[in-house]
Structures are given as C-alpha cells and as structure tokens.
Design a protein around this ligand. Structure first.
Ligand SMILES: C[S@@+](CC[C@H](N)C(=O)[O-])C[C@H]1O[C@@H](n2cnc3c(N)ncnc32)[C@H](O)[C@@H]1O
Length: 678
C-alpha cells in the first residue's frame, strides 16, 4: 500500500484512487508508432520501454575499474542529497510576536520561477499511463532492491518504503538526543503516522543501537472513524490494530490533527509519557486534483504538525517533518521559525525516497524548549486550524536576506535533482536515451551501501513490537484492488464528463469488481453470539458521521463508488441478516443497552455535538484482542489454547461475514441505482 504513497512528477500524490480504462497507452504511443523514435523505445515483442526488459543482457557487459569507480561515485551522490541551514552560524532571530500574522502574504519571484519550471517538467507526464509509468520508474529506481533486502536479510517487521526512509534518516542524523542515553529513557510522539512504519523502524534502530526504556504515542486520521475519506488515509491498519493502546485519535475520535481540540488532547496524552525527545510528522494530503499546488495544499497541515511538535517537545529534543517544495511564504516562514527554534536544521532527501517526487525531510535537532518559545507559541496557537492563513506568519522584510539566500540555494538544489531525474526517466521511456548499462550493479551497490550505512542486522525474536508473522496473518478485507490505469489527463477528462457518461463509467467499474459470497457451499452463515464480547463493552463517543466514507467492514473502492451516486432507496435486496434466539434473560446485555441509552440521552441533554460511535473496540470485532488470563489459576495454559481457537473463529466468521455482506449489498445498490437512472 505504501508503494503508492509517493508518486512521481505532476501526479505526485501519496495516495491515488484511479478508476480508469487503459486507453492512454494506445492513444499516446500507437499513434506515433510509425516514427523512428517510437519504434526504438519498445522491446521487440511487447510494446514497452527498454527499462521494462530483462536485465540479463546488461550483465554481459564487462565491469572495468573505471566503471566501478563511476558507480561508486553515483552511489555516494545518491546518499548525499543534503542541505544544512546552520542556524548557529547566523544571528537569525524571530520577529516580535506582535509582528506575526500582521501582514499580507508575499512571494519571492525567484522561487515562483523555480515552481513554474518544475511544474512544466512534471506536466510532461500528464499523458502517460500511470501503471506503465510507475513500472518504468520502478525499473529505473536505484534504491529498488533495498526494501527486499531489509525484509529478507534483516527480517525487519512492517517494512515499507517509509520504514526504509526513516531508518536511513535516523542512521544519518542524531534523532535520539544524547540526554536520552544519559537518562536511559526515551519518549517519542508520531504525528500523521498511519500505517506506522516509522515506529517499527525506530524500534529496530533502538533495539540494535541503544539500551533505552522507550515509550511512544502516535496519532493519525483514524482508520476506524467511518467519516474519514479513504482518499486521505492509507488503507492499511495491520500494525495499528495490534498496538491500539499506543494510538490516540483525539477528542473527537477522527484523529484529525488540524482540529484544535484534538491538538490539545494529543498534547495532554503525550505529557503523560514524560519528556518527549522526538516528534515525527510525515503528513501528506492527496493533491491529485491540483498537483501543481501541492505546497499550498499541505501548508495548513504542516503548520499544525510543526506547532504540535513545538509544544510537545522537551528542550534538546528532535523534530522530523516531511515537506515538499519551498517556494511559498508559508513554508519559508515555517522553516525560519524552525531555524530559530532549533540549533541545527537540515534538509534531507533519503536515497530511499523516490527521486522523481518533491518530498524532503526537515531534520531539526536540539530544540531550545517551549519555555523560551512561549511568547511565539501563544500566537501560533491562535492561528491553529484547518483554515489556510490569509496573512503571512512573518513580514518579508523581517526575515534576513542571508536566510532567504539559503532558501534559494536549497530550493534550487532539490529542484535540479528532481528535474534531472524526471527528464532522464522520460528520455529512457521515450527511447531517446538508454538506461545506464550497469544499472544492476548500481542497484546492488546502493543496497549494500544502505545496509552498511545503517548497520542493519536482525532483531532478537522478542524485540519486535508486533511480530512479522502476526502482521502477515492480519487480514485487511477492506482493501480493494489497486487501479493505476489511465493518465493524469484521462482523470481530468473523466471529471468533466456529463453525468450520464459518468454513470456509464461507474456502471462499468462496479460491474467489473469481482465480489461474491465467500461461503460457496453455504447459503446462510450462522454466527453465534459470544458472551465474552460484552466484557469488552466500552462506549466510544466522537464527531457524528453523516456519510460513511470508509469502513473496516467494506471494500474501499466500492464505498467510493457508492458515495458518487445520489442514492435512491433500493427495492431489491438479496442479502439479509437474521437474528434468532433472543436472550431476553441476559443481564449484562440489558445493562449495556441501558448504558448506551443513558449516554445518548446525556449527549442530547448537554447539547454536545458528539455521537456514540462504537461499543466494542475494533480489535475485539476483528478477533485480535487477547483475553487476560489469570495464570495462577489451574488450567490457564489450556484456556490459552482454547482462546486462540476462539480468536480465529471471531476473525473468520464475524469480520469476514460482515464485510462480505456489506460488499455485496453496496455493489448491488450501486448497480440498482445506476441501472435505474440510465
Ligand atoms: C505518508 S503517510 C505516513 C506514513 C507513516 N509515517 C509510516 O511510516 O507508515 C501520511 C499520513 O498522514 C495522515 N494524515 C493526513 N492528513 C491528516 C490529518 N489532518 N490529521 C492526521 N493525520 C493526517 C494520513 O492519514 C496518512 O496516514
């Protein structure tokens, strides 16, 4: 899933949801197939660029000492995408708090020209079929073997692209401050962190390199809050499901960091750990509607992440923030704020970050502390929220030119790197250029360099957070098939289709989704109510849900299609849920029902804009919650075995049954409505 998080070029969104027919390859390439350049760009039998072909041919070429040196040089360059702001070498100071948000927004022409130049190069990709383009860039990616090597050789848990990026960063910069080593304690807070790979990577790093007592808390858009749109989340909760006690989803259960009450709630929760010495913030927002304005779109989220970190961190702490480009006043001011609040600020593009996208990480070390920052934090709190600021955080004339010059250098450096990669990828895709002859060796050496630089080895069995096998066995029934067909321009055209054409596209898509009743030889699946569920009964309240945008119990793409139609009540339903054997005598059940009624009454009476959202923790519904066993009791070992049997039953029967029934019903409703309208 995380493979889709960082796109390339103009389609540089971390999350995509494409429902396109694959017509752009033919449209773009077959029409030009008579030209000599296009005939050279394809393999003999398949109509695909050279980069898709087997690498065996290249291995025949001889590797001379000179070539080896060249490869070595390229490897070092690949790991050297760094820029330092060196605040300690300057006399940069924050403007007076009352100067903040007092002047209109401003622009730097030089940075705006860079933005235009970069967007012009990115937009050359607008007609490429996304699936083909991704296949091509994967084939060109120097770091392509790293993920597999970490998985196989280091047996790490929950390895994703994000895992590899974080490990590289923590192995390159001292994110764990020296004071943690002295005290033997280390607490970290992770913002915008689903699906959780940074945490798994940090655990691996700490277990291999430090002997610390580590506590962590994490927050993200809640994958179990059904009002959160899938387009804003990563549909993978395997790690979260097993570590729920370490996650907080704020005061309203949405997990939205940009909500002020959630911000306060998260700070309160993180304070319970003690001094927080590391905050990571990896937030991103789907920009596929307007990819050229990625920086603008994410700026409010980045502001909230940084402000949360400045409040949560103890003096001396580290902050890691993902950003994209640095062309607008929001990012320039935010960077200036960070440069005045930390002793060291570095910008790093990990070798494992896809080279064609704009993502870079701001690595901030040695925080001066919230006490010193309080006069500015007070103003920052007043401007916290989802709304994009109309005013600039600082007036341009109060930011030193020496800082702005460093911004130019930094922005230029990363723009040039990105443009060079995109141009090169296009040239190879179009057959104008050949892939590097020794790509295979380059990839091997990049992988070896990574493993060596990170000093990566295996963990001891009991050092994992969840455990590889447990994670692998965790089912994610709501994840739909990935669809990368069509190009960026195809998607734009699709949005402009008239409603009946849109419905026809939808009809095609939904009919092609393969969903069927999974219990082939049984027409009815009987589930037995498990009394033990009541032991876990706990009412969860939060922001009311008006539209179900995502669900652990329904396939994601299907819900997306469902929400595209204005629904008419369907007349025909083939699935039904039958409840038999009412337990009128269950005392516990009755008292639970009474609690629900009381809670709803209270919310109503107190006029709270909150609703009852859940009655049993999600881990219980999915069958992953262990019952506490009193080990002093005779036979507890036997009951533990029984329990794992029971656990599997709940998982397979309940979760699977509910999800499949939802999928079937939703699919049928969509087809019914679309057919009725067309
Ligand atoms: C790139 S992913 C993070 C990956 C993560 N660091 C990992 O290692 O697995 C970005 C995350 O930001 C989250 N996010 C986006 N907007 C958010 C918001 N307003 N509040 C909280 N989380 C948000 C998304 O749900 C997504 O999980």
């Amino acid at each position: 899933m995380t493979g889709t998080m960082e796109g390339i070029g103009h389609n540089s969104n971390w999350k995509r949801d494409f429902h396109h027919r694959n017509n752009s390859w033919d449209a773009t390439h077959s029409s030009s197939s008579s030209s000599s350049s296009s005939s050279s760009l394809v393999n003999k039998n398949e109509r695909l660029p050279h980069s898709f072909g087997p690498q065996r041919d290249f291995k025949k070429s001889k590797l001379t000492r000179e070539t080896y040196r060249e490869i070595h040089e390229r490897v070092l360059q690949h790991f050297g995408k760094k820029f330092s702001f060196d605040p300690s070498l300057h006399t940069w100071q924050l403007p007076e708090p009352d100067e903040m948000f007092a002047t209109d927004d401003w622009q730097e022409d030089r940075l705006q020209h860079m933005k235009e130049a970069l967007n012009a190069v990115k937009s050359k990709l607008n007609d490429y079929n996304l699936g083909d383009w991704h296949k091509h860039t994967r084939a060109m990616n120097m770091a392509a073997y790293i993920l597999k090597a970490v998985k196989n050789r280091c047996q790490a848990e929950f390895v994703t692209q994000a895992w590899c990026k974080f490990y590289e960063i923590v192995a390159t910069y001292d994110l764990v401050p020296e004071s943690a080593n002295t005290d033997g304690c280390f607490n970290s807070l992770h913002l915008c962190e689903a699906p959780g790979a940074f945490i798994a990577a940090l655990n691996h790093y700490l277990k291999l390199n430090k002997h610390l007592s580590w506590k962590w808390l994490s927050t993200t858009l809640n994958p179990y809050y059904e009002g959160n749109p899938l387009s804003c989340m990563i549909n993978d909760d395997r790690f979260i499901l097993h570590t729920l006690e370490n996650w907080t989803f704020g005061a309203d259960f949405t997990g939205n960091l940009m909500d002020t009450s959630n911000f306060k709630h998260i700070l309160k929760e993180s304070q319970k750990m003690g001094d927080v010495l590391l905050v990571t913030a990896d937030g991103s927002i789907d920009c596929q509607e307007n990819p050229g304005e990625q920086e603008h779109i994410v700026s409010a989220l980045h502001y909230c992440e940084a402000v949360t970190a400045l409040h949560a961190l103890a003096a001396g702490g580290s902050f890691l923030l993902k950003i994209f480009t640095i062309y607008e006043h929001d990012t320039i001011c935010l960077l200036y704020l960070l440069c005045c609040a930390f002793k060291h600020v570095n910008i790093y593009k990990p070798a494992t970050s896809k080279e064609g996208n704009s993502e870079v990480y701001v690595v901030c070390l040695e925080y001066i502390g919230s006490e010193l920052m309080e006069p500015w934090l007070k103003i920052l709190r007043q401007h916290y929220g989802e709304e994009k600021q109309q005013k600039a955080m600082f007036p341009r004339q109060l930011i030193p030119d020496s800082f702005i010059r460093r911004v130019f250098e930094c922005a230029e450096k990363f723009k040039n790197l990105q443009v060079a990669v995109i141009e090169r990828n296009i040239a190879v895709f179009e057959g104008i250029d050949q892939p590097f002859e020794f790509n295979w060796k380059l990839r091997d050496m990049v992988t070896e360099h990574y493993i060596e630089h990170c000093k990566l080895t295996k963990l001891k069995d009991d050092d994992y957070i969840v455990g590889k096998h447990k994670l692998m066995e965790t089912v994610a029934l709501n994840v739909g098939p990935k669809n990368e067909e069509g190009s960026f321009n195809d998607r734009c055209k699709k949005r402009k289709l008239d409603p009946s054409e849109q419905l026809r596209v939808l009809q095609d898509e939904v009919t092609n989704l393969e969903i069927k009743w999974p219990f082939e030889d049984e027409d009815i699946k009987w589930l037995t109510f498990q009394q033990k569920l009541l032991k876990k009964f706990s009412i969860r309240i939060g922001k009311p849900i008006h539209t179900v945008e995502s669900s652990k119990f329904c396939m994601g793409p299907l819900l997306g299609m469902h929400n595209q139609v204005g629904f008419i009540k369907p007349h025909k339903q083939d699935c039904a849920v039958i409840f038999c054997g009412y337990r009128s005598g269950s005392h516990t059940l009755l008292s639970c029902i009474e609690d629900i009624a009381n809670e709803m009454g209270r919310l109503d009476k107190e006029g709270l804009k909150q609703a009852v959202l859940a009655l049993v923790p999600i881990s219980v519904l999915c069958g992953y919650e262990q019952e506490e066993i009193d080990e002093t009791q005779p036979g507890s070992d036997v009951r533990q075995e029984d329990q794992s049997e029971e656990k599997i039953n709940v998982d397979i029967d309940f979760h699977r049954c509910v999800t499949h029934i939802n999928n079937l019903c939703v699919k049928e409703r969509i087809i019914h409505v679309v057919n009725a309208v067309l």
